[in-house]
Design a protein around this ligand. Structure first.
Ligand code: COA
Length: 163
C-alpha cells in the first residue's frame, strides 16, 4: 500500500506499538474472557501485562522490532527473537491496527522478520497463536507464508478458594 514506510523501531514508538496491539486484539472477546476466567486483579489484567511486555521488549531490543508507519501513526509492528544455540527463531508479537488491516502490512512485516532471522543463521521459525476466532486472520497469514501446524496446547485455569 502506498503511504506506508517500514523501519526499525525507535524509543518514541512504544505507545504506537501498544495502540496497535491493543486495538487489534482488544476488539475481540478473547482477552476479557481470559481476565474473567483468571480473576485478574486491577493492573494485572491481560491488557496491562501486554502493555508492559511490549514496552520491555521494544526498549531492550529495538533492532528486533520492525514497524510500519503511516505518516506520524504506527500501522503495525512485528517483534522477533532468535536462539543462537538451537538456531530456532520466534515471532514474539505481531499486530496491525484495525484501521490498516487487509492491505498486506502484516505479510510485509513477517517477510522482514523471516529475512532477518534467516540472515542471523536461524534454521527454522516458530510462532504461537490462538485457535480462537480472533486469531483466524493470523492463522491464515502464517499458513499462507508457509508455516505448518506442528503443535497444539491448551490452557486450563481454575479459581482457588479464597480465605
Ligand atoms: C493477523 C493480522 C496481523 C493480519 O494483519 P493484516 O495486515 O490485515 O494482514 P495482511 O493484509 O498482510 O494479510 C495477510 C494474510 O492474512 C490473512 N488475513 C488477513 N485478514 C484476514 C481476515 N480478516 N480473515 C481471514 N484471513 C485474513 C490472509 O491469509 C491474508 O492473505 P491474502 O490477502 O493473500 O488472503 C491482523 O489481523 C491482526 O493484528 N490481528 C490481531 C492480532 C493477532 O492476531 N496477531 C498475531 C498474534 S500471534
Amino acid at each position: 500500500m502506498s503511504g506506508i514506510t517500514y523501519r526499525l523501531a525507535t524509543a518514541g514508538d512504544v505507545q504506537g506499538i501498544i495502540d496497535c496491539a491493543l486495538g487489534a486484539l482488544w476488539s475481540g472477546d478473547g482477552t476479557s474472557a481470559w481476565d474473567r476466567a483468571m480473576g485478574c486483579v486491577p493492573g494485572h489484567d491481560w491488557a496491562s501485562q501486554k502493555r508492559r511486555s511490549l514496552a520491555r521488549f521494544e526498549e531492550a531490543y529495538p533492532e528486533r522490532c520492525q514497524v510500519a508507519a503511516a505518516g506520524d501513526r504506527l500501522a503495525g509492528f512485528v517483534m522477533w527473537s532468535g536462539n543462537r544455540a538451537s538456531r530456532v527463531g520466534e515471532v514474539e508479537n505481531l499486530a496491525v491496527h484495525p484501521d490498516f488491516q487487509g492491505q498486506g502490512i502484516a505479510r510485509t512485516l513477517m517477510e522482514h522478520a523471516m529475512a532477518a532471522l534467516r540472515s542471523e543463521g536461524m534454521r527454522s521459525i516458530k510462532v504461537f497463536t490462538g485457535l480462537d476466532v480472533n486469531h483466524k486472520a493470523a492463522r491464515r497469514l502464517y499458513e499462507g507464508l508457509g508455516f505448518r501446524d506442528v503443535w497444539h496446547t491448551i490452557t486450563y485455569g481454575m479459581a482457588l478458594d479464597s480465605d
